[in-house]
Design a protein around this ligand. Structure first.
Ligand code: COA
Length: 349
């Protein structure tokens, strides 16, 4: 008798999008007290992409979503109208209310599907994957578009050389279908966590119900994003390493380990430290932040798209995804990379 199948969500399409405008370190140095050398040495970042005035998060989300849908259709021939769920991870929605996902679903022509946003800052994509996967395995949905998209350039203090150096805009997406845990592409499990005691470390203080809008600019620049770089660095290394190891043990990769770790792209020194903690070689750690910076919820799927395009990520690789971000939040998942029918599209919008 064949053993009963274990329901799982299976990755069957992927795509990414970046805005056209590139801001180099030298561009930043022309307007702020910083230098290409400082940014490269302290973060590993050489450039980032930013949206133009008039563009918004949904524009990037739609472009990434479209590419993921194309990739999935080429993979298994299933029409876009089979999608019955859109989950969008973002902390920079088009508007504080309503959620951006319904608009994205409508612009992609997906009909009246379930659509909502997930807010977990840089861990958003992993949380969105977990949410969609849970709905697929419970039978609430059959095929989901999961997008991570952020435009932090819209909430950064123009005079803050630290955050301006780190963050960039971007989006990435995957299509998940209901399937079986034994299939390549199946998400094998999740480790998720949070610590609200660290909420102040990564925050936009004003504009919510605690420090509500008064119609005037908020005092002390509180309408801008703020981050305590040093403690965030320490917490990122600690929590991504712990969460990744927890998941490696849970999915039974303890002996062989993952072939590739795609960690949230915040700082190359964080990535190296996580690699060291997990006992991995440099080529096992996917890095694309040099070209895109920290794209928040777009970070992990954009790194996957990049690694596929460069040949660094191949079918059959045991892949571990791990993220850390505001909340504080963290999370990991794992999969054996599937054969996808199409090469990922060029990432520019
Ligand atoms: N250019 C030049 N100098 C800069 C600078 C920049 N862009 N940004 C900060 N500095 C300065 C600081 O003002 C400070 O100067 P001081 O010593 O005169 O006060 C000095 O560099 C050291 O600052 P520090 O914050 O201690 O640097 P760091 O080595 O910790 O690097 C970060 C700063 C932000 C790059 C680093 O802490 C980091 O990457 N943190 C994690 C960020 C992250 O992951 N965020 C997203 C999480 S989801």
């Amino acid at each position: 008798m064949t053993p009963a199948a274990t329901p799982a969500a299976v990755v069957c399409g992927i795509g990414g999008s970046l805005p056209e405008t590139v801001v180099s370190n030298d561009d930043l140095a022309a307007e702020l007290d910083t230098s290409d050398e400082w940014i490269r040495v302290r973060t590993g970042i050489a450039q980032r992409h930013v949206i133009k005035p008039g563009e918004a998060t949904s524009d990037l989300a739609v472009a990434a979503g479209r590419r993921a849908l194309d990739s999935a259709r080429a993979q298994d021939g299933t029409a876009d109208d089979a999608i019955d769920l859109v989950v969008l991870a973002t902390s920079t929605p088009d508007h504080p209310c309503p959620a951006t996902a319904p608009l994205v679903a409508q612009r992609l022509g997906l009909g009246g599907v379930a659509a909502f946003d997930v807010s977990a800052v840089c861990t958003g994509f992993v949380y969105a994957l977990a949410t969609a996967a849970s709905m697929l395995t419970a039978g609430t949905a059959r095929r989901a578009l999961v997008i991570g998209a952020d435009t932090f350039s819209t909430i950064l203090d123009p005079g803050d050389r630290t955050t301006r150096a780190i963050f960039g805009d971007g989006a990435g997406a995957v299509v998940l279908r209901a399937g079986d845990a034994a299939e390549p592409g199946a998400l094998l499990g999740f480790d998720l966590g949070s610590d609200g005691a660290g909420a102040e470390m990564i925050t936009v203080r004003a504009g919510g119900s605690r420090q509500r809008s008064t119609g005037q600019p908020a005092p002390d620049g509180d309408q801008w994003f703020s981050m305590e770089g040093r403690p965030v660095f320490t917490e990122a290394v600690l929590n991504m390493s712990k969460s990744a190891q927890e998941l490696i043990d849970r999915v039974g990769w303890t002996a062989e380990g993952p072939d590739r770790v795609v960690a949230h792209q915040a700082n190359v020194r964080i990535l190296r430290a996580v690699g060291d903690q997990l006992g991995l070689d440099e080529q096992q750690i996917v890095v694309n932040l040099d070209r895109v910076g920290n794209t928040v919820a777009g970070s992990i799927p954009l790194a996957l798209v990049d690694a596929l395009a460069s040949g660094g990520l191949r079918p059959g690789h045991r892949v571990l995804l791990t993220g850390f971000g505001g909340g504080l939040t963290w999370g990991s998942t794992a999969l054996v990379w599937p054969e996808l029918a199409t090469a990922p599209h060029p990432v520019h919008v």
